[in-house]
Design a protein around this ligand. Structure first.
Ligand code: ADP
Length: 361
């Protein structure tokens, strides 16, 4: 009864925006008939153009606009009619007043909201699992097959190939390599975020892992005439951790350093014993990171505006997840304080981690 006083009926034709993401949430809606699409802006990277992605389709009996009831009262999605729609519109301010005055009504509304959110969470999780399985099997496997056919053709094993054709094949292989790299990055994010990294913890030498990463990057550095310097304490810098993952962190930091440093530059890898932790620093004297981008560089898919070269924008995000999974910290400074130029990434790793022991029943 009380709700009827603050409700009114509205109709929308096809393709009309009913609420807009990011605007003040002043109304709550119940769909009486017809269907609407819930949409969100998706943007990868700083310069990328944002796109609207449909996150779900709602029909009669469903609700939207629940941000009206939850501070800061800003709509988190847009809602667009995909066919003629009739909705019951409730004024947000009046609704909040009613809920404050009537605890039973408040309780019922909280039930509705909890229901909506838990359904969305389940749907999101299912979509994620589905998308990841598509990525790892349906997308990765054919790409690997195409890659190996291209290698066979480029190698001249399927007949003569002239210079121009070989060049085209090389470029195709390079693009496929980048795509495969992106897919593994996305799979890594999910693997690390679900806490499976600890299973890889074992005794290891940080110096050995670092030396391997330097070897991996040497050819790229030599091609640009960049000098690589390795400074480390005596001994192997023993610790417990996931060596393959720390190798991945160092490869990412070193390859970025080489990528963003002009010819004849300098890249330094420095390991220091800080007592309870090992501290690792990768410094370069390259282009640096613009100050306004610095706070965002560890975010998923972020790419600063200094870049023209390709990349997914996931490397540093993954590096941070790996270091955090080791109970360590990672940060960046640019320009480097002592030299006044370039970029320095520093991360710490505690020495007291425990090797993984599988649970026995
Ligand atoms: P990407 O795949 O784009 O390299 P990363 O997550 O590894 O993704 O890096 C994110 C962004 O941070 C890069 O696109 C670049 O703008 C900036 N960046 C990272 N390392 C450096 C560096 N050593 N010097 C300058 N900019 C860097």
């Amino acid at each position: 009864m009380a709700l009827a006083r603050i409700a009114c009926w509205e109709s929308y034709a096809e393709e009309e925006t009913i609420i807009t993401e990011g605007t003040e949430a002043t109304r709550f809606y119940v769909i009486e008939s017809g269907r609407v699409a819930v949409e969100m802006k998706v943007q990868f990277g700083a310069q990328a153009i944002s796109r609207q992605a449909t996150t779900e389709i709602l029909d009669g009996g469903n609700y939207f606009g629940w941000s009206t009831l939850v501070p800061p009262h800003i709509y988190t999605s847009s809602v667009v009619s995909i066919e003629p729609v009739r909705v019951i519109r409730l004024d947000g301010h009046e609704l909040r007043k009613l809920i404050d005055e009537d605890p039973y009504l408040g309780y019922r509304f909280m039930q509705v909201i909890t229901n909506i959110i838990s359904k969305r969470l389940i749907r999101t999780r299912n979509t994620l699992v589905h998308a990841l399985s598509i990525l790892s099997h349906d997308l990765k496997a054919p790409l690997v097959a195409v890659q190996s056919y291209l290698e066979v053709i480029a190698g001249g094993f399927a007949g003569d190939v002239n210079e121009e054709q070989r060049d085209m094949l090389q470029r195709s292989m390079q693009r496929i390599d980048e795509l495969l790299g992106l897919i593994s990055d996305i799979l890594d994010v999910s693997r690390i975020e679900t806490g499976r990294l600890e299973q890889e913890f074992k005794p290891m030498s940080l110096v050995e892992v670092a030396a391997k990463s330097l070897d991996d990057i040497r050819a790229a550095a030599e091609a640009k005439g960049i000098k690589l310097v390795f400074e480390h304490p005596d001994g192997r810098a023993e610790m417990v951790g996931a060596p393959g993952r720390l190798h991945q962190v160092l490869n990412n930091l070193l390859s970025n350093a080489v990528k963003f440093t002009p010819d004849a530059g300098l890249v330094t890898l420095h390991i220091a014993d800080m007592g309870a932790t090992w501290q690792v620093q990768v410094s370069d004297n390259g282009v640096g990171i613009p100050a306004e981008d610095l706070p965002f560089i560890f975010q998923d898919f972020f790419r600063a505006r200094n870049v023209e070269v390709g990349g997914s924008g996931l490397g540093l995000a993954i590096a941070k997840k790996i270091v955090t999974a080791h109970n360590g910290r990672i940060w960046a400074e640019s320009p480097c304080q002592d030299t006044g130029r370039g970029t320095r990434f520093t991360f710490t790793l505690p020495k007291d981690l425990k090797p993984y022991v599988p649970k026995t029943r």
